[in-house]
Write a protein that binds this ligand. Structure first.
Ligand code: BG6
Length: 488
């Protein structure tokens, strides 16, 4: 469907996400002519703003764009503000009226996209009320986009899911994991399933281990209050890290439909070994940042941050060894790590291949260089294949060489994750959103670890800001005879 039409209702429209990601993404869709005049956005939040205030916020959020052919006022005129109290049922009637008016004005065929981008404790009530007040009944389609966190453990996620499911069907629900909107995350599948080269090797016969790293330089900044109750395991592992794992490990889908792809991902998560409580220490490492030096400046420790308990037991770093117990992957460790306040901002996946039975070309064990396939997800986007080739000298030795595909040359035109995902939702393509079954299995995996950690105080802080994380994360791999590849 080209130029999908809809009235978009954003709950939490004064929030950080709306301003930082959603408005600019809608702008890019508009600029790139993916959406045309048949759209309107209703910003909903508690605060009493006028349309004009709201439009000014929108314009501010796109001030870095400089497209001569786009009239920003014209763009902003599609945005309307509607102050709102989630508990007050009369407000829903007002909102209904507003949606209907804009639907007529912009001829959006009765299509409604509700976007929940506010404190998750209101998600359930809001869904209930939207239904009971008739806002989900329309001539066109109704869809719900819902931001994380989707619960804080399996039980709460299930409760939330039941609540939203009483107002929306599973195929109307689009659970956001913004990593799935990233160009290079989407490239994992294409690379795997559009090349004859990798598939025969993509298994425990030829791959020794896989490493997925997502490191950040920023600390928790202003989000201490949320983060201290969450931690890296729930903030990053339950969603983004396990989603990348599923894409790397899944079987080829029989078709590229959302159902087929998601069902293969679900199978990976079902095969993911859930640890026993007494195994957690052996397979999972947690860390919390101490003070340190970043860009030449001294920075505070996590515990000194605003909104953070001064004796906090919350982890800002997780490394783990995951096992997928199926035919393809049995015996292959998947090492994951993610942390804040690390040396660099970088997300990448390294696939390390097994050594040849005999290598004729290196003299010393330590010169041995395995083949690596590196998928650079961000900030650098590309793929590198590390191989060995002849050195330009008389000796019959081999030297590592790198074949590189660079995807970042056209960065300006590469769609942003949120831009891709909003567009997908408007077109009704749920491939890159998480199905409830994936969410449920991810929580079940994470819950065991979270339980053990909650009940046992860690010796925090245990890594310096600006470092590569705690020592124990290196030992996790050393014990298996591997080490983290620092390839960027
Ligand atoms: C979010 C987490 O989901 O992902 C943040 O809540 C984290 O804590 C962010 O910083 C990382 O996203 P990205 O796209 O910058 O890698």
């Amino acid at each position: 469907v080209n130029n999908p039409k809809a009235v978009m209702v954003i709950f939490g429209a004064t929030g950080d996400l709306a301003n930082r990601k959603l408005f600019p993404s809608i702008y890019r869709l508009y600029r790139n002519k993916k959406i045309s005049d048949n759209f309107a956005v209703i910003g909903v939040a508690r605060r009493p703003l006028t349309n004009e205030d709201f439009r000014n916020n929108v314009k501010k959020s796109i001030e870095d764009f400089d497209d001569p052919h786009i009239d920003k006022d014209e763009f902003a005129s599609h945005f309307h503000y509607n102050p709102f109290d989630i508990q007050d049922l009369t407000h829903y009637q007002g909102l209904e009226k507003r949606i209907t008016e804009l639907d007529e004005k912009h001829q959006t065929d009765g299509n409604r996209l509700f976007y929940f981008s506010m404190a998750p404790n209101f998600f359930g009530t809001l869904a209930d009320n939207l239904k009971s007040q008739g806002l989900t009944q329309t001539e066109g389609w109704t869809r719900l986009v819902i931001e994380k966190p989707f619960g804080h453990d399996y039980e709460s996620a299930k409760k939330l899911n039941d609540q939203i499911r009483s107002a929306f069907t599973e195929d109307q629900i689009y659970r956001i994991d913004h990593y799935l909107g990233k160009e290079m995350v989407q490239n994992i599948e294409v690379m795997r399933f559009a090349n004859a080269l990798f598939e025969p090797l993509w298994n425990n016969k030829y791959i020794s281990n896989i490493q997925i790293t997502s490191s950040e330089v920023l600390g928790v900044e202003e989000r201490g209050r949320y983060y201290d109750g969450a931690g890296a395991l729930k903030d990053m592992v339950q969603n983004h890290m396990l989603q990348m794992l599923a894409l790397i490990a899944m079987e080829p889908p029989i078709k590229l439909t959302p159902e087929e792809i998601r069902s293969e991902k679900v199978k990976v998560l079902r095969a993911l070994r859930v640890f026993e409580e007494n195994e957690v220490d052996e397979y999972v490492v947690r860390g919390q940042y101490d003070k340190g030096i970043i860009d030449g400046e001294e920075v505070n420790s996590y515990r000194e941050g605003t909104g953070v308990d001064e004796d906090s037991n919350t982890e800002t770093y997780v490394a783990a060894k995951l096992m997928i117990d199926n035919f393809r992957w049995s015996g292959v460790p998947f090492y994951i790590r993610t942390g804040k306040r690390m040396k660099q901002k970088s997300t990448e996946i390294v696939v390390e291949f097994k050594d040849l039975p005999i290598n004729l070309y290196y003299g010393n064990e330590e010169d041995k260089k395995p083949n690596l396939l590196v998928i650079h997800i961000q900030p650098y986007e590309g793929i590198t294949l590390h191989m060995n080739a002849k050195k330009g000298d008389a000796n019959a030795t081999s030297t590592p060489v790198a074949l590189t595909y660079d995807n970042s040359t056209d960065k300006m035109n590469t769609p942003e994750a949120y831009e891709t995902l909003i567009y997908d939702c408007m077109r009704g393509d749920s491939t890159n959103f998480t199905h409830w079954n994936e969410v449920a299995l991810s929580w079940k995996f994470v819950d065991v670890i979270a339980n053990v950690w909650n009940n046992k105080k860690a010796e925090f802080p245990n890594y310096e800001s600006g470092s590569n994380g705690p020592k124990a994360a290196d030992e996790l791999l050393l014990n298996d005879g591997y080490s983290w590849w620092d390839v960027s």
